[in-house]
Design a protein around this ligand. Structure first.
Ligand SMILES: Nc1ncnc2c1ncn2[C@@H]1O[C@H](COP(=O)(O)OP(=O)(O)OP(=O)(O)O)[C@@H](O)[C@H]1O
Ligand SMILES: [Mg+2]
Length: 263
């Protein structure tokens, strides 16, 4: 049961999502949603160039749950920002559903982010002058077909806190508001940067379950960055990043249910 919500998500009017065309497809018929081809992101440091990400190649299927692991500074957030069109590659190509993001104009990239991407930021990025409810409700201005903010907040256990401002919430409550905001948007691509970093184990598990349900039941593609290697067990694909490079990509045929994982 998810934060005391008894209805199956397929029956909810809260987080009910538009089924994608391949919702009923079997694992064998997976469709590639994202492809990185030799993607690099470099920064200038005086006269030197520094690669936050170098020559990354990867493929992510629609509806997959992907976990990105790696030490601090490895390039995980950089990778996530590139996936979400929040940053631009210095080199290489990033394909989303057959279109190359690296060729998009600013307007087209804005549209891509608005229509396809939901983000749980590492540092929440809530608007301080808006309540939890208002922060989630903002998604309505960005995309059609978003969930009711009250239902999304109830899904993360914040039904009784929705009229509080971020400054009146604990870190974990702010993090859950940020998760509700991203999930309410019903995005094709849900990017989560350390989404359980501020949560206790039980609440963290509930969030993992919510994210896994997004992938398994709603066929949303979920990409989660974490330091917690136990989370690898629940992923369809585990990408390990180190020193700006992709160290390994491992596919897991039998991922654990989020409720089974412990740390
Ligand atoms: N805008 C920037 N300008 C210069 N260097 C940057 C910039 N953004 C990131 N970096 C550098 O790129 C490297 C990778 O950063 P990134 O934020 O992707 O790491 P991370 O794996 O997410 O780390 P953490 O686990 O601490 O969040 C770091 O060394 C960081 O300092
Ligand atoms: Mg980071």
């Amino acid at each position: 049961m998810l934060f005391g919500k008894k209805k199956k998500s397929s029956e909810t009017d809260g987080l009910e999502m538009i089924d994608l065309e391949n919702d009923s497809s079997s694992d064998k018929e997976k469709k590639v949603l994202i492809e990185f081809q030799n993607v690099s992101r470099k920064y200038s440091q005086g006269e030197h160039e520094f690669y936050a990400l170098k020559d990354a190649n990867l493929t992510i299927n629609e509806g997959e749950m992907v976990v990105i692991l790696g030490p601090s500074g490895a390039g995980k957030s950089t990778l996530l920002n590139l996936l979400g069109g929040m940053d631009s590659a210095s080199e290489g190509h990033i394909w989303f559903d057959g279109e190359d993001l690296t060729t998009f104009s600013d307007n087209k990239l804005t549209k891509y982010r608005a229509e396809n991407v939901g983000v749980v930021f590492q540092f929440y990025n809530l608007i301080p002058t808006l309540t939890a409810y208002e922060n989630v409700a903002l998604m309505r201005d960005i995309k059609n077909g978003t969930s009711d903010p009250a239902d999304a907040l109830a899904m993360v256990g914040l039904a009784d806190h929705m009229h509080q401002f971020p400054s009146q919430m604990s870190g974990g409550e702010q993090q859950r508001t940020s998760i509700a905001r991203a999930v309410a948007k019903n995005p094709r691509l849900l990017l989560c940067d350390e989404p359980t970093g501020a949560l206790d184990t039980d609440t963290g598990k509930e969030v993992l379950k919510l994210l896994q349900d997004m992938s398994r039941e709603k066929k949303r593609t979920v990409v989660m960055v974490t330091h917690n290697s136990f989370f690898a067990d629940i992923a369809d694909t585990v990408i390990r990043v180190k020193n700006g490079g992709i160290q390994s990509i491992v596919h897991n045929d039998n991922p654990k249910d989020a409720t089974e994982v412990s740390w």
